[in-house]
Design a protein around this ligand. Structure first.
Ligand code: SAM
Ligand code: SF4
Length: 354
């Protein structure tokens, strides 16, 4: 089905073995039907997590995927190989919490060894990062993004429903010492919960060469109650930061990075604002997501998915796998439906990886 048609009649789940697919040119990097070059794969290694952040998961009642539904390391590496051959260059490991995946270090090494993969990053809550930061670096991990929603230990525990701030701070320092740099810290801002911590978190850039990224909370499955009234538009945050620190320098947006970057006068690090709700950045989107159960999720804020696990387990060969991935890239939608009230309903953020 042509992309235009698929937008009018959205198909959420595509079994690539059950549809007619064109044959794609094997010699050129994959592009979607809007000519966006897609070269960045975010892999959710598990949907499980040792935390229950208020903007990500409900406190109780989470149901996790049975183990046999997750891609094995072997299946995952087949997908990464095929993605690299169609033109993907950057991988991010995420979750759930990627540090819960056993043999994470050897998995990083195996992914880094795939010809064509140039860069691997990981997004983590850092609770379990400190003891393995050096091993991850040695295995080939380039850098990390660490979630930190407050510098106040009590509020931090409230936002994450139980994490110890000291563990996460130790994780950040260990990542920096291991050379997993530049360090990027993600803060999801929720009005009435942690929006007053923005100034303290921004002030970290005065003394540390870190990138702090303020993320507008998104209303994914299971957290709509927190997210719907909780969005603080980036423009409002910038206003608050400027009243504290004076005018901040606008450094613009770069390549496919969704963050609009700024710098406080005299600061060592940068501030970034990811405004998925107030200023979507679909025109520069270069990414797709692989869920822990092996589906290519075509747009974070839409439900459309292409089932790779089914294809792998039906015995498709590498050539067919590459053709399926090219087709999934081609089908990538343009634009999300939040302004029209169209919400993704299939998955929560913890099975998509952010
Ligand atoms: N557990 C890891 C972590 O927290 O960094 C990785 C997975 S987490 C789902 C990935 C990113 O998604 C984190 O930066 C997190 O803050 C962000 N996130 C989770 N729920 C969100 C929401 N409702 N809106 C915006 N960002 C969200
Ligand atoms: Fe876990 Fe990350 Fe979601 Fe927090 S944001 S509950 S750490 S997956």
């Amino acid at each position: 089905m042509h992309n235009e048609e698929s937008r009018l009649h959205p198909i959420t789940f595509i079994d690539p073995l059950a549809i007619d697919r064109p044959t794609y040119d094997r010699t050129v990097p994959a592009r979607d039907s809007y000519q966006r070059r897609i070269d960045y794969l975010r892999i959710s290694l598990t949907d499980r997590c040792n935390l229950r952040c208020v903007y990500c998961m409900p406190e109780v009642g989470m149901q996790f995927m049975p183990k046999d539904e997750l891609l094995s390391n072997e299946e995952l590496l087949r997908v990464v190989n095929a993605c690299a051959q169609v033109g993907f260059r950057k991988i991010r490991l995420t979750g759930g919490e990627p540090t819960l995946r056993r043999d994470l270090v050897s998995l990083v090494a195996a992914i880094k060894a795939v010809p064509g993969i140039e860069h691997i990053a990981m997004t983590t809550n850092a609770v379990k990062l400190a003891p393995i930061a050096h091993q991850l670096k040695a295995a080939g991990l380039d850098r990390v993004n660490i979630s930190i929603d407050s510098l106040d230990p009590q509020r931090f525990a409230q936002m994450t429903r139980g994490a110890k701030f000291a563990d996460v701070w130790a994780g950040i320092l260990a990542a920096e010492a291991a050379g997993l740099t530049p360090i990027k810290l993600n803060m999801v801002v929720v009005r009435g919960l942690n929006d007053h911590d923005v100034i303290d978190v921004a002030a970290l850039t005065l003394t540390h060469d870190w990138d702090i990224r303020f993320i507008e909370v998104m209303p994914l499955s299971g957290v709509a109650d927190v997210a719907n009234d909780g969005v603080v538009a980036s423009a409002e945050l910038i206003g608050r930061i400027e009243s504290e620190f004076g005018p901040i320098r606008d450094l613009g947006m770069h390549d496919a990075d969704p963050a609009h970057r700024y710098r406080i006068n005299g600061a060592r690090g940068h501030l970034g604002f990811i405004s998925s709700i107030s200023e979507p950045f679909c025109s520069t989107c270069n990414r797709m997501r692989l869920t822990a159960d092996g589906r290519l999720h075509l747009c974070l804020l839409r439900d459309n998915e292409v089932d790779l696990r089914g294809a792998l387990r039906s015995g498709c060969d590498d050539d067919e796998l590459m053709q399926i991935i090219r087709h999934a890239v081609y089908l990538k939608p343009w634009g999300h439906g939040l302004p029209d009230g169209v919400l993704p309903t299939l998955r929560g953020m913890s099975s998509l990886g952010g």
